[in-house]
Write a protein that binds this ligand. Structure first.
Ligand SMILES: [Zn+2]
Length: 466
């Protein structure tokens, strides 16, 4: 009989031990996996069960927005903060298409082994410690500030709408809130049937588009400045109502704005001035510039495809083309697109791609990424001056910052009493280079409501970041 050397014997023992360990480990995983999937804790099984071992979701200041403790998913301790963040964090279901817990669910719940046990690292010891293995998901840190989220939710009040504030130099989304919302820790039982929650799963900042009203004048102004030499210097006397393209175009309450150049026309938001410009530019030019500024396409970031803004004047008559130039007719815009247009103007014509996933397990996921230019730098500089002048005429905007802005009121009732109120703009500020859009649905008092809401977030930004 052949004698086995002591060295060979050791190798044999090690090999048997290795496969025994592997088998034990595999069985352990399989048994536990089956157990995890079988936990009957929620009607959304099996997707919910995966969250029982999911990683943490933190805000930019490492505030815990979601974590799993003893197989249960917990969200932020404050109900208002939970409601403010649900469209970014998600709930136990996968109903919110834009949320981290939906888009990144497999990454969030992928097993990550911590502790001392891995094969190859002194196996006998490893086998002894096999029960010490800690299985967790991957931890996400986001760019949002949960304090600003809560402020923005309060600022939106009872309105449906959205707020979007992002850093136009880096792309970090600091604040993104959508209403109506709900508490992911205590999902209302009537969320599917109660009218008050209609559209609550939708992140309106990214996934909804609305008539942009006068904020669209920025697009028309860009097209005109780049297409018609010295257009900013030519003047026009607004009579309040005028026949443009065969039918009337009117300014707010038919009030005459009088003598205007483009800067005054933007500040006073003269519909006839910009309606006539759209008609002079024509369908093709207007469409080209709208497309350049993000219309008729979606943006993708953090695994999300945004809804598309829509500018389609294919079948428009001349009067409708004029109305399209002031953001009426069939024009639709997403809040994210609107903020990116402001961000592009602030950033010399080229927008930086927004994002909200900062790190996964402390590893950086995003770097500032330029999108295609939306406009050229001289035009961006001209529009910046005009928007700063416009913001000054509002008077009521937060005084901590140098602000450039444009309001919009998109009438949605025939009598003009109900409208979507918009504000978009940006801060000229080294510490806070933020661009934003604010949307309040169905208000009775015009764009002032959007200014008031924006101010609440701006003063919180000043408090935390100035
Ligand atoms: Zn006018």
């Amino acid at each position: 009989m052949r004698k086995i050397s002591s060295r060979s014997f050791m190798i044999l023992i090690m090999t048997i031990a290795f496969f025994a360990g592997l088998a034990y480990h595999t069985v352990n995983l399989v048994v536990h996996t089956a157990e995890w999937i079988a936990v009957p804790s929620n009607t959304h099984l099996p997707k919910h069960s995966q969250l029982e071992y999911a990683g943490k979701i933190l805000d930019r200041n490492n505030v815990v927005l979601a974590q799993s403790v003893e197989r249960k998913r917990y969200y932020h301790t404050d109900e208002q903060t939970r409601k403010a963040c649900v469209h970014i964090v998600g709930d136990n279901s996968v109903n919110i298409a834009t949320a981290v817990q939906t888009v990144y669910r497999s990454k969030l719940t992928s097993f990550r082994f911590t502790g001392s046990t891995l094969f190859g690292l002194g196996m006998p010891d490893a086998m002894k410690k096999i029960d010490d293995i800690i299985i967790t998901g991957n931890d996400f840190r986001l760019t949002i500030d949960s304090r600003l989220q809560k402020t923005a939710l309060q600022a939106l009040g009872d309105y449906k709408g959205a707020m979007f504030f992002y850093n136009y130099k880096t792309g970090e989304i600091l604040c993104m809130v959508s209403t109506p919302t709900y508490d992911p820790q205590n999902v209302p039982e009537d969320i599917e049937t109660n009218e008050a929650y209609a559209g609550a799963y939708l992140n309106r900042a990214l996934s909804a588009s609305y008539p942009p009203g006068s904020t669209f004048k920025l697009v028309t102004a860009n097209a005109a400045i780049q297409s018609i030499p010295d257009i900013t210097k030519s003047t026009y006397v607004c009579p309040g109502t005028e026949i443009v393209g065969g039918h009337s175009v009117s300014c707010y309450q038919h009030l005459a704005h009088g003598l205007l150049d483009m800067k005054e026309a933007l500040a006073k938001s003269c519909n006839i001035y910009f309606g006539k410009l759209a008609l002079a530019l024509g369908r093709d030019t207007m469409t080209d510039f709208a497309n350049q500024m993000g219309f008729n396409q979606s943006f993708s970031f953090d695994g999300i495809e945004t809804a598309e803004s829509v500018y389609d004047v294919t079948d428009a008559n001349d009067n409708q083309l004029a109305w399209s130039g002031v953001g009426q007719y069939t024009v639709l815009e997403t809040p994210v697109n609107m903020a990116m247009i402001s961000g592009a103007i602030a950033n010399g014509g080229t927008p930086v791609k927004p994002y909200f996933v900062d790190t996964i397990n402390e590893l950086s996921q995003n770097t500032p990424t330029l999108c295609p230019p939306m406009l050229d730098k001289p035009t961006a500089d001209t529009l910046r001056e005009m928007m700063e002048y416009t913001a000054m005429t509002y008077g009521a905007l937060d005084n901590h910052f140098r602000i450039c802005a444009k309001t919009g009121t998109a009438e949605i009732s025939d009598d003009g009493t109900v409208a979507h109120a918009w504000l978009t703009g940006f801060l000229v500020d080294e510490d806070c280079p933020l661009a934003f859009s604010v949307l309040l649905e169905r208000v009775n008092s015009g764009s002032m409501e959007a200014i008031i809401a924006a101010n609440q977030v701006l003063s919180a930004i000043a408090e935390y970041y100035k």
